[in-house]
Design a protein around this ligand. Structure first.
Ligand code: IPM
Ligand code: MN
Length: 354
């Protein structure tokens, strides 16, 4: 019997539609190869949704997202909408779907392939072979904390976490560490912030259930420095929404290019929203040069975490490795002897390998 899978595709803005098109090729290849019945529905999020529906995400799209098995998102935002107030920006669409569907656990792997390490601004020996996982809390903290306000001369936000929220994300982080090298670094700012004091307390408490995992606490400023200085000291990092956002951008440069980085945002049942870590890259949108690999690897994560079809995620990952090993690259990861491909060519090549 063929297995039926429903996916909601939300390409969004900028390069989003270009990378999602390549994901579609991959869905087709995977369904043929593995005899799956994948049906893909597509809808609007972000700026394109503001333009058409006056809202960065409609209730209809939220209900579709609720009903589907998994969601793949391209990206949201761009200069056209930059002058809108925060509450009306394209980004609000993404924040709403994360929050309303309780996608609290954001997994952002930083894996450095030998073929792309030369594309980083860092020395190859610092990052070669890096395999790091950042676990970012995604539905709380300063992104959503109330009260929040902006008036003419003052503005404020609230960084708030409950014991329960910290416990939930810590458990995901410890579970991830158990499946990896059993090392967890919790990142906070406990020398200044009360919210971080509680964070540390709860992470420490949770660690009692995971005696095999070696736990370390690190202040976020130091963690930023250590990531650049010696990233291979880390296995799993867990952090709050804002700190995790910042650290994962650093994480991306450790792999050569942000164009390589996938992410998964999961609820407690491992239903997920998958998206590349990179943004909408308005400067290169429409030029056919964006690297589709971050999105392709996000699809691999989808098969691993939501559908628990590791055979398929492994296959997609090895197709990516094969493309790189054969010397193919998009502009962002190109080196001296690379054969440079457009977005579409890279997408087709990887789908063909699958
Ligand atoms: C990310 C992005 C988002 C975030 C923006 C687009 C709201 O930077 O996914 O890392 O800050 O979470
Ligand atoms: Mn970010």
């Amino acid at each position: 019997m063929t297995k039926k899978i429903n996916i909601l595709l939300l390409p969004g803005d900028g390069v989003g539609p270009e990378v999602c098109k390549e994901a579609n090729k991959l869905f087709l290849a995977v369904s043929r190869r593995f005899n799956l019945d994948i049906s893909v529905d597509e809808d609007l999020i972000g700026g394109v949704s503001i333009d058409k529906n006056n809202s960065p995400i409609t209730d209809k799209v939220i209900s579709k997202a609720n009903a589907t098995d998994a969601i793949l998102l391209g990206g949201v935002g761009g200069p056209k909408w930059d002058n809108l107030p925060s509450k009306d920006k394209p980004e609000k669409g993404l924040l709403r779907i994360r929050s309303e569907l309780n996608f609290f656990a954001n997994l952002r792997p930083s894996i450095c392939f030998t073929e792309t390490s030369g594309a980083s601004t860092l020395k190859s020996e610092i990052i070669d072979g890096l395999d790091l996982l950042i676990v970012r809390e995604l539905t709380g903290g300063i992104y959503f904390g109330e009260p929040r306000e902006k008036s003419k001369d003052v503005a404020f936000n609230t960084m708030i976490y409950s014991r329960e929220e910290i416990k939930k994300i810590s458990e995901v982080a410890f579970e991830s560490a158990m499946k990896r090298n059993k090392k967890l670094c919790s990142v906070d700012k406990a020398n200044v912030l009360e919210v971080s004091e509680l964070w540390r307390e709860v992470v420490l408490e949770t660690s009692k259930n995971y005696p095999e995992v070696e736990l370390e606490h690190m202040l976020v400023d130091n963690a930023a420095m250590q990531l650049v200085k010696n990233p291979k000291q880390f296995d799993v990092i867990v952090s709050s929404n804002l700190f995790g956002d910042i650290l994962s951008d650093i994480g991306s440069m450790l792999t050569g290019s942000i164009g390589m980085l996938p992410s998964a945002s999961l609820d407690k049942n491992s239903k997920g929203l998958y998206e590349p870590v990179h943004g909408t890259a308005p400067d290169i949108a429409g030029k056919g040069v964006v690297n589709p690999i971050a999105t392709i690897l996000s699809v691999a994560m989808m098969f691993k975490y939501t559908f628990e079809l590791n055979e398929i995620s492994d296959e997609i990952e090895s197709a990516v490795k094969q493309a790189l090993a054969n010397g193919y690259a998009t502009q962002d990861i190109a080196q001296k002897n690379s054969k440079i491909l457009s977005t579409e060519e890279m997408g087709s090549l990887i789908a063909d390998y699958v």
